[in-house]
Ligand binder design. Sequence first.
Ligand SMILES: [Zn+2]
Length: 498
Amino acid sequence: MISNPRTSRRGLVPAASAALAVALVLAGCGRREGTGAAVEKKPVTRPNILLLTVDTLRADHLSAWGNPRPTSPILDRMAAEGVRFSTARVHRPKTTASFTSIFTASYCSDHEVRKIGEPASCNLDFLAEELRELGYQTHAVVANAALAREFRFDQGFDTYIETWKVEPKTPGLDPTGARAVSDLATALVDTLSDDRPFFLWVHYVDPHEPYAPEEEFRDLYQEDAHAGAAAEVPVSKHDHRQSFGGIARKQLVDGRTDLPFYVSRYDAETRYADQEIERLLESLRRRDFYDDMLTVMTSDHGESLGEHNYWFDHGMFGFQTCLHVPLIVRFPGVLAPRVDEDPVELIHLAPTILSWAGKPLRQGGWARGKSLIPRLRGEVAAPDTITFSEAGYSRRNNWVHVAADRRFALHHLVGSFDGKRVAGREGARYALFDLESDPGETADVSDRFPDDFARLKAALDAWEAQAPLPLTLGSEECGDAREVEENTVEQLRTLGYV
Ligand SMILES: [Zn+2]
């Protein structure tokens, strides 16, 4: 279902009637919010849903996750009002793969979407398709060309606004920047029909390289007290874009080679997105939606900021820098605010959302995911979860599989992966890191913790051996590949994918 952003937005039913707005306000009366107090367990019926995602957002660069820089006052407040998962991990730290896993509640070995520009099969069952079947109106505003409708990420959406295909409201504004995204998203919210519940997905891309926020944010953190130790970014003699071992000269910003400059810029991008998110939330408040609705906020992957000699990129390794993302579930009146410190995989988000939207789930599950509702409500003890992730590239047959719990991360180097790059020695096939004493994952401690090594290896062996889910065995013909539009190619080039 492809819709032209402009015509479809115009086609939506006008704003809520005053009477309904009053009813919504009354329905929200008496709520206890953000207090940490227990909430009344009222039945949930088909709530409005906001899925808010920020590309390339490392958990540890948000203030709520420990960044001393005030990069995220808006998201921090959202986290304080909801359940904040301190240890959420993505399945694969690349945009298209990660979102396919989120939307289909499955792993790459199930859905087979790994590369940017590789279309998701039309036979995959996407979250938005399920919600539409449940009677939801479904709308999206996305700013990353890797999620273009040419690659079938519009599956299930009534409206699919790709910001780089729309002229920004303000001339000269970056069409993929947070301001343009919020302009489009708030305009969409203003026209949301209230005869049916809505599912709204808004995806910001600012923290993705190149780190170039709007002018007033650029120097926000330069040379502040948290600039970090001086370090040089290695610059390659070659012209082609690179990320391992250094960056190409053409990737330099303002000719700078000092790492703190880039990290400050990355944090400034986050602050810029955070500020613009407030405008989106404000538009939802204006319509009296925000305090009754379910909000899920997360990212598709983190970013390596020079750790492991991997610069301003994500996807090659399975280190926490790229796997560990923020996850907030805010649902006033339903969920008491708290922090859940047990690890969690994002494949559980779709069944959680579907369950609240009224879909009957067999044993609480959908595809590989399980509804998190009992855990979100604090009705089950921390399950000491092991999360599973993969990284690497098929081009060189370099793969990493990672099984991680609260304290340890076990990396399995598959194919021709250079053991030296992860385990520190040639020929190594496994490396175990103690995330508690060595969060940077620098020292392989396999020998010191043989029991934990064996435990995680057994879990990883079982995960690797499981048969793929028959997700794409449907008979629907996907038809010819959609032609990729020139502006999508141009945006992919800006993001370094072409
Ligand atoms: Zn991404």
